[in-house]
Each structure stands twice: as C-alpha cells, then as structure tokens.
Design a protein around this ligand. Structure first.
Ligand code: COA
Ligand code: AMP
Length: 634
C-alpha cells in the first residue's frame, strides 16, 4: 500500500487516476466517461456518464456478496430502552418495501422529499428508500422550529414529507406533528403527501387525504428494485447555516459521494468491512448523513444509530456501555460530548465498569478540539484521540490523521494533515492572491477542483454558490475558516471568518438570530455574538438597544426575545443570554464591532480600532457584561 505522502501527492497531481482507482470500490450500472470533468469550473463534475444507485451500493450488493447476515444497523436507544439490530438482508428488505410505498405514492426520480425525524432506524430507512428510487431527500434536524422547517419546504419544494410523531429529549416528548402542520401552514409550497411514523410515546393526529401511516405505506407493495441514476444526479440536499436567516441548500451528488465516502472508511478511519463504527451525532447533521448512514453502509460496516445523550441517559457511562455491548472499533463525536462526560465524571471512573478491549480510535470533529478535552479522553480511554476537520459543504474530512496509512504523531490543537484530494492553502484576507507564510494565520482555501463528494453547487442557486464560496479567492473554494499551517504541514483551524458559531457541535448563524431578535417590536438594533462556553464551546449572546420611548422592564423584553428565538429557530439555538444596552459600538461607517464585543465578553486583549466612532461605548459594554458575570472567572 502507498504511504500517505505518496497518495496525497498523487491525489493532487493525478486526481483522475487516484479517484478512478477509488471508484472501483463502487458498483456501477454503467462506468463513467470521464472521471473529472472540469470544463465548467467551478461547477466540477465527477464520474460524468456513470450510472449507479447509492442504495444498491449501501445494501443489496453486500447481501449479494454474502454479507446478508451481518448487522448493518444497530439502533440503541437509552431513551426508550430498546436495542434492535438489522442485518444487511433485513435492512434491504425494509428499505425496498418502503421505497415501493413511496413509488406507489407517485414519487419519482428527481422529486424532493423532506425527512423530519428523530434518531430512529426509520430515518435511515427513509433516506435509503429515497436513494433507491432516485428521489432527493432533505433531512431537517428535529431541534429546529416550524419556521425553519417552512423555509426548507419553500426552498426544496418537496412532493412529500416523511416524519415521526415525536422525538424524545431527556424529560420531554417533542411532538413533531404539530410543528410539521404549522410549518406546512406557514409555507407557500404545500406537499401532497405526509407519511407519519406513529411512535408509542405519542400518537399524532392525521389529516385525511394528505397524511398516511408509515406501516400502511410500507405494506403497499412488495420490495422494489433500485433505479439507476446518473453519477451527477443529486442524492440529497442538506440545509446548513449561512450568514443570514436563509440556510444554504448543500447539494450532494450520487457518484462522487459514494466513491469518496467509501474510500474514507479505510483511508481516514482505518476500518475494514465488518467493523463496527459509531458516529454519535444525529441524522439531521452532515455527520449523521455521511457517517451514521452512507459511508459505513457503502463500506460494509456495522453502524450504530444511538438515540440518547452522552450524559443523563442514564449516566456518563452510557458511551462506554454502547462501545462494550456492540464491540465498537471507532467512535466519532463532537468534543462537546466529551466535555459533558468529563464534567459529570471528571476522573473517568465509569470507564472501569466496561470492557473496551475492541475499541481502537476516537475521532473528534464539528468544532475545535480543545487540548484539555483531548488529553482527558486520551488518559481515560487509552486510545488515540484524533481531531479531524470538515464541513457540511465538503461532506467528508478535509484535514485528518488518516488512520488507514498509520497514525501520525498528534499535535494538540491540530486536525493533522490535509486529506488526499484537498489542496489546502492559507491566503491573505486582504489580498487573496497572496499566500501567507508558514505559521501565519490567514483564510483557509482549497485549490480547485475540490475532490469528489464535495458540494457541486447549492440547490437551485448557482449564483449563491459562486458568491458564497468561489468569488473571494478566485480558483479556490473559501472554507469560511481561518487558520495556519505549521513547519510540518499540520493544519490549525482557529476560527470562522463569518458570523457562524458552533454551539455544542451544532452550526448556527448569529446573523439568523439577529434577524429574529430585530423583528421584536421594541428592538431598535441588536448584535448576536458567540461567546466562549465551557460545555458547548460557544453560546450565542445578544446585545439589544431598545426603541426610544420604550419604558418596559429590560428583563421582561429579554425573556420575550429568548422565547422568540426558541420559537422561530428552535431550542437547538440555545439562545439564553440577552443584555439590554444603551448603544452598540460601531465604526464611523456604522459597522457594528462584533469581534471586539466578543473579545470583551471572553476576556481577551483587543486593540481599539482607529475607525471606532465612540470608544466610550466599549467601557459601557464592559461594565454591563461585568454585571452579568462576564468575562467568566475574572
Ligand atoms: N429535537 C428537539 N430538541 C432538541 C433536539 C432534537 N433533536 N436536539 C436538541 N434539542 C434541544 C435540547 O433538548 C435543548 O433544549 P432545552 O433548551 O430545553 O434544554 C436544546 O435543544 C439545546 O440542545 P443541546 O445543544 O444538544 O444541549 P443539551 O444541553 O441538551 O446537551 C450535549 C448538551 C453536549 C450533551 C449535547 O449537545 C450533545 O450530546 N452533543 C453531542 C454533539 C453532537 O451531537 N454534535 C453534532 C455534530 S457531530
Ligand atoms: P458543520 O458544517 O456543521 O460541519 O460545521 C463546519 C464548521 O465547524 C467548520 O467550518 C469549522 O468552523 C468547524 N469545525 C468542524 N470541525 C472542526 C475541527 N476539527 N476543528 C475546528 N473547527 C472545526
């Protein structure tokens, strides 16, 4: 086998050869005409002319190859006390039957289907059934409110929505159906069909003619065969936070995605078919799409679908129980999950109650992995703890310690080296044609073409794709992250360059929250920034200036704003801090100095910008923050 260095160099020098070889790991109805068609860059096409079916590659072909009796998916739910294992044969049958029901409902290749479901096996069945008939799914995370769901309905224009009656959060049942009904009420586009999985914890009321019961749909026909789709046809659209309240619909194709994800299971995660892999995330996020559903199944692994939290379900030992019980070889989660476990079991005592002898590697991503958390996890688990870096847009890691080639020395704070296929550069924010010297922070950009599996465009929004990612650094994809590369070529990801924040590994837009806060009748202007949080990494913090003449209690208004964000964006925004201030610090041209406000709240040094309108406002903000305990520990 080639070394990491050889493969990395080849992937950049000869992408057609490298990815053409990787594509042999996938079954094609028709082989591609060209591996890489870059004639219309940056709208890169991978495996043009090829035809395949992603669901067939995830399921049927493993059954045909003799893997039918191996567990494909293990549903482990401390929320309900259930553990259910589905073999490749069983999952194929379930998916093929449900696909039959969707087909019978009139859903065709290219139609969009929204999936609004919690962490139940039917969510994976729904995704795979769409893939089987060539329909394009768009999963919406359960922690989003009706308004967010409505925005996605209007953008994707689905013919159907697949939902569950409820999700389960510790201590409460989250009824999905009223949220869904409200979303359809608000949206201009009305889907013709809604399919509801009735969970025992809550019976949803159904609307005649539009709503169908899940089990009835599954039983409408027998199993149906997968349909061939073009490699370049979309498999799914996943909405992610942008700089405004309008999320971006990241498109994923079928061919490049299957090839890259299949390759990554060995290349990045070091796993062989048959190994048990657990991505403790949610199917509503990209990690769930790529590493709970598609990649492990494409590669013939066993994937764990966990409905629970790292703590409180029932305790901080639940991750170790799952690892022991299902013989997990590699776990992938966000650092925040480990911070939560560490808070509850600082000495890691609960680990000793379990046999983790099958466990080999912990992968962290979704936010910066802080050195304390990495060291705690290393000491507690006694396995390599590997940070890796990626985004919804790329769908798989850009920077990682590629385990398949042997583990490189870990440098705390670094996700290690660029993954094959990604030519990562650090450029000057002021002059992007200029690369930053080694060790100096700049904007992180990836030289085009991006490797397979990454976003070919945004859903029906080519101009948004160009504007968001391709314009600022010509010839490169702008990641939105800032960082540097050290003398050994290691990447360090330091911060976002836009107003996206990471709250407990969830990607959120402070711009979107500002839009909601600014919509309150008493608010004249506002700024929402991400401040440091020991558990969640970052949390949103709102500063509001009230309209002249408003004499109401600031605390009351703050409560209304918190409720407003929860209702319009969702509980996942974790918007719980609002400060009413007299004025916001601005430049003379009227730009709010958010970065400086963040530094004050985090207790970091900052320089007075020469363009500040009135420096005294910074003293006022500092005093206001002090009153509510910020910066922490000072
Ligand atoms: N449906 C409905 N509500 C949801 C939800 C869902 N799928 N997921 C989260 N929420 C709610 C929570 O109940 C919480 O509500 P509350 O304000 O009433 O308490 C709120 O959204 C915030 O949730 P979260 O940020 O998850 O915080 P938490 O305090 O419930 O849990 C952690 C904190 C660290 C334990 C949790 O975030 C976690 O397990 N994170 C793992 C990281 C992860 O999955 N990242 C995804 C990318 S890898
Ligand atoms: P998402 O699209 O939700 O996966 O979020 C992607 C963003 O999360 C990236 O652009 C980074 O800002 C951040 N991120 C993800 N992984 C890491 C990591 N390992 N280190 C630092 N930041 C990360």
């Amino acid at each position: 086998m080639a070394t990491y260095e050889e493969d990395y160099a080849r992937s950049l020098k000869d992408p057609e050869g490298f990815w053409g070889d990787a594509a042999e790991g996938i079954s094609w109805y028709k082989k591609w005409d060209t591996v890489l068609d870059d004639s219309n860059s940056p709208f890169t096409k991978w495996f043009s002319g090829g035809e395949l079916n992603t669901c067939y590659n995830c399921l049927d072909r493993h059954v045909e190859a003799g893997r039918g009796d191996q567990a494909a998916l293990i549903y482990d739910s401390p929320m309900t006390g259930q553990i259910k294992s589905f073999t490749y044969s069983e999952l194929t049958d379930l998916v093929a039957r449900f696909a039959g029901g969707l087909d019978q409902m009139g859903i065709k290749k290219g139609d969009r289907v929204i999936i609004y479901m919690p962490m139940v096996p039917e969510a994976a069945v729904a995704m795979l059934a769409c893939a089987r008939i060539g329909a394009i799914h768009s999963v919406v995370f359960g922690g989003f409110a009706a308004n967010e769901l409505a925005t996605r309905i209007d953008d994707a224009k689905p013919v159907a929505i697949l939902a569950a009656s409820c999700g389960l959060e510790p201590g409460r049942v989250v009824e999905y159906k009223p949220l869904l009904d409200e979303a359809i009420e608000i949206s201009s586009h009305k889907p013709a069909n809604v399919v509801v999985l009735q969970r025992p914890e809550c019976q949803a009321s159904m609307i005649d003619g539009r709503d169908h019961d899940w089990s009835e749909v599954s039983e409408r026909t027998g199993p149906i065969d997968p349909v061939p789709v073009a490699a370049t046809d979309p498999l799914y659209v996943l909405y992610t936070s942008g700089t405004t309240g309008m999320p971006k619909g990241v498109v994923r194709d079928n061919g490049g995605h299957a090839v890259a994800l299949h390759w990554s299971m060995k290349g990045v995660y070091g796993l062989d078919p048959g190994d048990v892999f657990w991505a403790a995330s949610d199917v509503g996020w990209v990690v769930g799409h790529s590493y709970i559903v598609y990649a492990p199944l494409l590669h013939g692994n066993t994937s764990i679908l966990f409905e629970g939290k790292p703590i409180g379900t029932p305790d901080a030992g639940t991750f170790w129980r799952v690892i022991e019980q299902h013989k997990v070889r590699a776990l992938f989660t966000a650092p925040t999950a480990f911070r939560a476990i560490k808070q509850h079991d600082p000495k890691g005592k609960l680990v000793h109650d379990y046999d983790l002898s099958n466990f080999e590697t912990l992968f962290l991503a979704g936010e910066r992995a802080d050195p304390d958390t990495i060291i705690w996890a290393q000491d507690t688990l006694k396995v390599p703890v590997l940070d890796h870096w990626w985004q919804t847009e790329t769908g798989w890691p850009m920077g990682a310690n590629c385990t398949g080639y042997g583990i490189k020395p870990v440098k705390l704070g670094s996700p290690t080296l660029p993954v094959p296929g990604y030519d990562i550069r650090i450029v000057d924010e002021e002059d992007p044609s200029h690369e930053m010297p080694q060790g100096e922070i700049g904007v992180i950009a990836v030289k085009l073409p991006l490797p397979p599996g990454t976003l070919p465009t945004l859903w029906e929004n080519d101009s948004g794709f160009l504007k968001s990612y391709m314009k600022d650094v010509p010839g490169y994809y702008k990641t939105g992250d800032a960082g540097y590369i050290d003398e050994d070529g290691y990447l360090f990801i330091m911060a976002r360059t836009d107003d996206i924040i990471n709250v407990a590994g969830h990607r959120l837009s402070t711009g979107g929250m500002e839009e909601v806060v600014a919509g309150h009748k008493d608010v004249a202007e506002c700024a929402v920034i991400g401040v440091k949080d020991e558990l969640k990494g970052q949390i949103p913090f709102g500063f509001v200036v009230l309209n002249a003449g408003v004499n109401r209690d600031g605390g009351e208004i703050a409560k209304e704003l918190i409720e407003r964000v929860r209702h319009m964006i969702g509980p996942v925004a974790a918007f719980k801090h609002v400060l009413v201030v007299k004025r916001l610090p601005k430049t003379r041209s009227g730009k709010i100095l958010r970065a400086i406000m963040r530094k004050i709240a985090d207790g970091e040094e900052f320089r007075f910008p020469a363009t500040i309108d009135d420096p005294a406002i910074l003293d006022e903000i500092t005093a206001d923050l002090k009153l509510v305990g910020y910066p922490h520990g000072q």
